[in-house]
Design a protein around this ligand. Sequence first.
Ligand code: Q46
Ligand code: ZN
Ligand code: ZN
Length: 314
Amino acid sequence: MKCRKCGGKASINMRQHRLALCKEHYLEWIPEQTERFIKKYNMFSRDEKILVAVSGGKDSLTLWDILNRLGYQADGLYLGLGIDEGIGYSHESQRLAEKFANENNLKLHIVDIEKTYGQSIPVLSEVSHRGHGKPCAVCGLSKRHEMNRIARDLGYAVLATGHNLDDEAAVLFGNTLHWISDYLLRQGPVLPEADGLARKVKPLCRFYEREMTAYCLSRGIEYIYDECPFAEGAKSIYYKELLNQLETTRPGAKLIFYLKFLDARKRGDLFIEQDVEKANLHLCNKCGQPTSAPDLCSFCRMIEKANSVIVSEV
Ligand code: Q46
Ligand code: ZN
Ligand code: ZN
């Protein structure tokens, strides 16, 4: 297989795009495409400050690397979740996020959930009894809350995450399967800013996961190979496997599924009523982020509950 650009030996063949490239041209093609998506979806402009959510995994480090290579003003945010599970998961992912920041002279904000709120994510999950024995519900809630808080408090125009096409197609598949209309309406490359909420963008949402792995390895970026130990058995992983089976027989199926959904949403063809809850949103008394709950938002309520349980147990 030959590189389409230079005729040299191709190192990656992307059947879904009918495109094969050598390493050098692949490392040019990925940022070019990213720039195209940033413009196409109006994600952000050159004079806006971007906060990249960095987990130490390949996608978020790849995103940070690309934005940096493209000359955007992108700082990182690492959230210390306090997940150990015998493999020092959080410790290792933080080390790799810091290593990347240091090597590239980039600014990385670190927020340690336990130091900031008194408890790690697994402990918060246990004492708040959310999420049926798995910390993912509390983790997701905390990540959304903290990313938004830091973006807003430190004056970033936009929050960027490293979700790739495999992530987005799996989420779309799950939301379609359960017909979760509110999520379907909000899924897309850009979630505009709203009262108290920063704009959220996903510049890698049209790249396959294997394309991101190839980029990360070709750039020599060291990332955490292990998934979070709590990801095991997650529905999203099962959906990814199903979609990969489909992709094997029909290259491009995942991309078409996602892009056709975006088209339908843009045309207003989803036939979904707007969520009435939006009208009832107000700002949380404690943190100022929007919520539909009467007093405190879900995150602040969880922290209050967790701390009161722990104090009463002492
Ligand atoms: S939610 Fe669950 Fe993830 Fe949090 S606890 Fe781990 S698997 S990191 S994307
Ligand atoms: Zn080439
Ligand atoms: Zn709150």
